[in-house]
Ligand binder design. Structure first.
Ligand code: ZN
Length: 320
């Protein structure tokens, strides 16, 4: 049973807005595109891996959990819950070859022949596992075995390790073999450790304690307001800015027209500047000439607001 589904993270959504709205000659523009393509590959890799979990309908399945640990957070790509054990899956979409050496260092050999150091994904799942065990103890969940696997979602990823490294075959698998690995683990844990009530409590707590990440990417990429292209964008061809005439937005490039085209651009605003907006800010961001038009759009959206007529602050929908 799927309890918490996978959606595009706020980080990916912010990167998509930045790719759309940052001036092309910005010194970090290529780095933004690089990070976005890497994160999208990871996201689609995780989605494709979900297919291999379908036969396991007895588990409660959680995707993209982010829970607090000490004064920081830990993230879990996929968590499977059963009354007998928990299974933590870290999904990796990697191109090229991963080489584990006898010192537990990991080197990634790319298809173009270059190599780079890679964070050891086995250490990563072990750390997640110990954080999860601590988190459950803190929240008074009875002890239950936790197992972890690193799942390679790109079938072309080659893994190389010396025979002395026993952890690589123990912790790493490719997506198509995941079902077999789960069947083997399943046979190892026959005894029920959690009652139905305890399992349901754990399930609800995981959803309630999940804290979505909201990174400050403008700071990270040194983006100032002057670097951001303003205006309403066309959702069909991404042309910007689209202008509004007689109550309708009409794209000059592809002729797509809609009365509500500003709504998508306001989502961009919320991702870039936060969910509070004034009439003046809306005028500037949507490139509207008339504050009366802005007032009408704000009125039609029926947004919650604070303050009197002058300086009224409107709340755009929360980001998820
Ligand atoms: Zn268009």
């Amino acid at each position: 049973m799927l309890i918490k589904d996978r959606t595009k993270s706020v980080r990916i959504k912010k990167l998509e807005v930045m790719q759309r709205r940052i001036i092309r000659h910005h010194q970090r523009y290529l780095s933004i595109e690089d990070e976005l393509s890497g994160r999208l590959a990871g996201h689609f890799g995780e989605q494709s891996n979900d297919y291999f979990l379908k036969p396991f309908c007895d588990f409660s399945v959680f995707h993209d959990l982010r829970l607090s640990a000490h004064d920081s957070y830990f993230q879990i790509d996929t968590l499977l819950l059963s009354p007998r054990y928990l299974l933590n899956l870290e999904v990796k979409y990697i191109t090229g070859t991963l080489v584990f050496d006898h010192l537990n260092q990991v080197i990634r050999l790319k298809d173009d022949g270059t190599e780079e150091a890679f964070k050891n994904p086995i250490f990563q799942v072990k750390r997640q596992q110990s954080h999860l065990i601590e988190w459950m103890a803190k929240n008074r969940i009875p002890p239950i075995p936790v197992r972890s696997l690193v799942v390679m979602s790109n079938p072309r990823t080659i893994i190389k390790a010396p025979p002395s490294n026993k952890e690589v075959p123990q912790y790493i698998t490719h997506s198509p073999y995941l079902q077999e690995r789960i069947k083997v683990i399943d046979k190892m844990y026959g005894e029920e450790k959690l009652t139905k009530k305890e399992l349901s409590k754990l399930s609800k707590m995981l959803v309630r304690h999940h804290i979505p990440e909201n990174p400050d990417l403008q700071k990270r990429y040194q983006i100032e307001e002057k670097d951001i292209i303003k205006g309403v964008y066309c959702t069909e061809c991404f042309y910007m800015p689209v202008h509004r005439r007689r109550g309708t937005w009409t794209c000059p490039k592809c002729s797509f027209n809609s009365k509500d085209l500003h709504l998508n651009s306001l989502l961009d605003y919320a991702l870039l500047f936060g969910t509070s907006i004034t009439n003046k800010q809306l005028c500037e961001f949507l490139c509207l000439k008339s504050r009366h038009v802005a007032k009408r759009l704000l009125f039609e959206m029926n947004l919650p607001h604070t303050g009197g007529c002058k300086g009224r602050i409107y709340s755009l929908p929360e980001l998820k």
